[in-house]
Design a protein around this ligand. Structure first.
Ligand SMILES: Cc1cc2nc3c(=O)[nH]c(=O)nc-3n(C[C@H](O)[C@H](O)[C@H](O)COP(=O)(O)O)c2cc1C
Length: 364
């Protein structure tokens, strides 16, 4: 009813608000015996952490995670999961509620202020409360645990478009993603994005972006017909990320322009005796079930709604008003959405791995 949980067997429930004392999550259904240290989770949180460049919010949050439950020392002295709920917590340390007193009675156009007020009749206006992307830190933490459930799967993400400026896909190099503040796989676009985002930032404005997430090493067979398709669950998971307005799998919307000959991924027997697809327009999923090819999901985020430019709105008393947001914000939320998208892919695939195992067993 209250929808703070994702997953069927690998279940993640997040809690907390942007300016509350802390945020956290409970992961229920994680198998026992998986080595898990806080540092492994921290490494992924550090990729999403705010304030790492001038292109992300200047809120200073160390995002130091603690594991409160669900782990114990095994006979070899390793800290492993026990099969009981894993509870993770991060303290908020750089809240500045006063940044938001100007907007406490007004609704920011494009934000969730209006709808939360309409639904609940009360809202934590500080930084957007529960609707803030602060919550996505816990998705990243849970995603780090999910990755450990499916160690054979490598999940990577990249930013492929900011505003109208797209990467050149022929220059795609995963090694580049860690070398620039945008998670760009194309070193050639970094200068363009830098000057463009500087302009946007100095104007107090914001801009949208497209993120691509790729999972390699998924075996054929995960997923389910008819209402438990991997692509269906991925679309829901990606769409649940704040500011996401579009999701594609494989060729996505562009499939509408392809012919049947161009779109269908032909198959041959590879030299290793295994089936080999000659293209991947399906994005690694057919009939809701993984093909063994890379699973490819793409999503678009809208421009950040809290901007410095005055906008027209109303207040909760029914009066017209003007609003501009003084709080710190990301000029392009797409940058920090990259690790969040990776985490959602990991959570969905870990869940499907366990669901597959539950129905058909571990396989040969
Ligand atoms: C990583 C990340 C950071 C975000 N930071 C901000 C922000 O600083 N200011 C803002 O207005 N929205 C920000 N957003 C988007 C809002 O959280 C989101 O637009 C809002 O909750 C309304 O939900 P919706 O856009 O999904 O409809 C961010 C989103 C992401 C993914």
């Amino acid at each position: 009813m209250s929808y703070n949980t994702i997953g069927h067997l690998f279940r993640v429930t997040t809690w907390g608000e942007s300016h509350g004392p802390s945020i956290g999550c409970v992961i229920d259904g994680c198998p026992p015996g998986i080595a898990l240290a806080a540092e492994e989770i921290q490494a992924f949180l550090d990729k999403r952490r705010p304030g790492q460049s001038r292109f992300t919010t200047q809120r200073r949050e160390p995002d130091a995670v603690r594991i409160l439950s669900g782990v114990f020392q095994d006979d070899a002295g390793r800290q492993v999961t026990t099969g009981t709920p894993i509870s993770l917590i991060i303290d908020n340390v750089d809240q500045r509620g006063r940044d938001y007193t100007d907007i406490k009675d007004k609704f920011r156009p494009g934000h969730a202020d209006f709808t939360y007020w309409q639904k609940y009749g009360i809202r934590d206006y500080r930084g957007g409360g529960r609707s803030s992307a602060r919550e996505t830190a816990m998705r990243v933490a849970a995603g780090a645990v999910a990755r450990k459930v499916i160690p054979s799967v490598t999940i990577r993400g990249a930013l492929v478009q900011i505003g109208r400026h797209r990467i050149d896909r022929s220059r795609w190099n995963w090694e580049e993603v860690g070398n620039n503040p945008f998670f760009s796989p194309d070193a050639g676009i970094v200068e363009t994005w830098t000057s463009y985002l500087d302009e946007v930032r100095k104007a107090g404005s914001s801009v949208g972006a497209v993120i691509e997430i790729v999972a390699e090493g998924t075996p054929a067979g995960w997923g389910a017909p008819i209402y438990g398709k991997v692509d269906q669950d991925l679309a829901g998971a990606m769409m649940s990320i704040n500011a996401v307005k579009g999701v594609e799998i494989g060729a996505g919307m562009a499939a509408a322009e392809l012919t049947g000959e161009d779109n269908a991924d032909e198959i041959r027997m590879g030299n290793d005796g295994r089936p080999q697809f000659l293209s991947n327009n399906a994005g690694g999923i057919l009939g809701g079930i993984s093909t063994g090819q890379p699973i490819v999901a793409r999503f678009a985020v809208k421009p950040t709604s809290s901007i410095l430019t005055p906008r027209r709105t109303i207040d909760r008393f029914g009066h017209d008003a003007d609003i501009s947001t003084k709080g710190r914000h990301d000029p392009c939320v797409g940058i920090r959405a990259v690790p969040v998208g990776e985490a959602m892919m990991a959570i969905v695939l870990a869940d499907h791995c366990l669901r597959h195992r539950g129905q058909v067993g571990p396989g040969p």
